[in-house]
Design a protein around this ligand. Structure first.
Ligand SMILES: Nc1nc2c(ncn2[C@@H]2O[C@H](COP(=O)(O)OP(=O)(O)OP(=O)(O)O)[C@@H](O)[C@H]2O)c(=O)[nH]1
Ligand SMILES: [Mg+2]
Length: 338
């Protein structure tokens, strides 16, 4: 499996972000509190550049507080203004607006000095799909103006919303990036609901998620599904695709998925478990926080970046060696002909 999702509307969304950046004073970068590292879009980072920004981690109500504390500290140390929010209930939303105003204090006082009475602030809300951008602007506005939905890709066009108090917010469509190098990060994004399920093998996605929960949140699956977490089933499965997580982990994860499906009565004729239905059920449960407050980015994810850059470097070296070899062969053939 290779998780990639970059349809035409996202390429368009990227242009929207680029075109509107110059119209705004500040950017509110909305990420997912359950994956404070993997949900930061490098393409967005590139677009924002040096424009002032507030880094917001939404869906904090679904995340594990201990991990949230770690990442709060991590980004603060890098000089970011960081706020954790729950855009559904409204927690932290006022803090974001206060942070926007604080970051813009200087601009406002400069314009007052120049004799202007009111200064309007324009802020753009950006982030990966389904992270809660539209819910966030609705919460700030105090009314449900922007359309929201529990699947990625709901907002298709930018929309300016007046927040009163001289602030305008620009809601934008969710954006991923054209090539997700780190496929484990891609699985975390898919688990969070940022990638549409149709482009993902939900069996492997659940195998990834369930084995992660089993090892990082022991007891959570037992409590939710009333199961005993099995070791690998021992049953030979006829999957042939290359896996992201490796055959052993896939095997164990599918055995857990099977146990969850059985416990929930996801059965097909003959009594075997309907793994597709079981996967949909587990993903719904996870996304609604029913398995518990679970974060998918632990500090270890920082090591994955190192692994990938080493892999990329090795690949580049191999490519150079191959090119040199080809050139050498070509030269020897040419010399032989003379
Ligand atoms: N638990 C929880 N759910 C949230 C939160 N914020 C948003 N949601 C839910 O997440 C889903 C997506 O919300 P949207 O506001 O549509 O997300 P979006 O970022 O605008 O999505 P796109 O427009 O598709 O990019 C909805 O079902 C919301 O109710 C939050 O802080 N906590
Ligand atoms: Mg939206």
């Amino acid at each position: 499996m290779n998780v990639q999702w970059y349809p035409g509307h996202m390429a368009k969304a990227k242009r929207t972000l680029e075109e509107n950046l110059k119209l705004v004073n500040i950017v509110i970068e909305l990420c997912d509190a359950r994956l404070p590292y993997s949900s930061r879009n490098p393409a967005i980072d590139g677009i924002i550049g040096k424009k002032p920004r507030v880094l917001v981690f939404n869906k904090a109500d679904l995340a594990d507080q201990a991990q949230s504390d770690y990442w709060m500290d991590y980004y603060k140390k890098q000089g970011f203004t960081v706020v954790f929010t729950d855009a559904k209930q409204g927690d932290g939303v006022k803090k974001v607006i206060a942070a926007v105003k604080k970051a813009m204090e200087e601009k406002v006082s400069r314009s007052l000095e120049r004799g202007r009475i009111a200064t309007t602030l324009y802020a753009m809300v950006v982030g990966i799909p389904n992270v809660g951008k539209s819910s966030f602007v609705n919460k700030v506005a105090g009314k449900a103006t922007a359309k929201t939905g529990d699947k990625p890709g709901v907002t298709r066009d930018k929309q300016w919303l007046n927040m009163g108090e001289d602030i305008y917010l620009l809601d934008t469509p969710g954006l991923l990036w054209p090539r997700i190098d780190n496929q484990l990060a891609a699985l975390r994004l898919a688990a969070s609901g940022a990638v549409k399920d149709e482009v993902v093998d939900t069996g492997e996605l659940c195998a990834f998620l369930l084995t992660f929960i089993d090892s990082h949140y022991p007891g959570a699956l037992e409590a939710r599904y009333g199961i005993t977490v099995p070791d690998a089933s021992g049953e030979e499965r006829d999957y042939v695709t290359e896996t992201v997580i490796g055959a052993e982990r896939l095997e164990k994860g599918l055995a857990i998925l099977e146990a969850c499906g059985k416990a929930r009565g996801c059965l097909i004729k003959g009594g075997s478990v309907d793994l597709g239905r079981a996967a949909a059920l587990v993903l719904d449960d996870f996304r609604a926080g029913k398995i518990g407050k679970i974060s998918l980015d632990f500090p270890e994810v920082l090591d994955e970046e190192i692994d990938i850059s080493i892999k990329n470097e090795e690949a580049a070296t191999r490519k150079k060696e191959k090119q040199a070899e080809r050139r050498q062969n070509y030269r020897s053939r040419k010399n032989a002909k003379r």
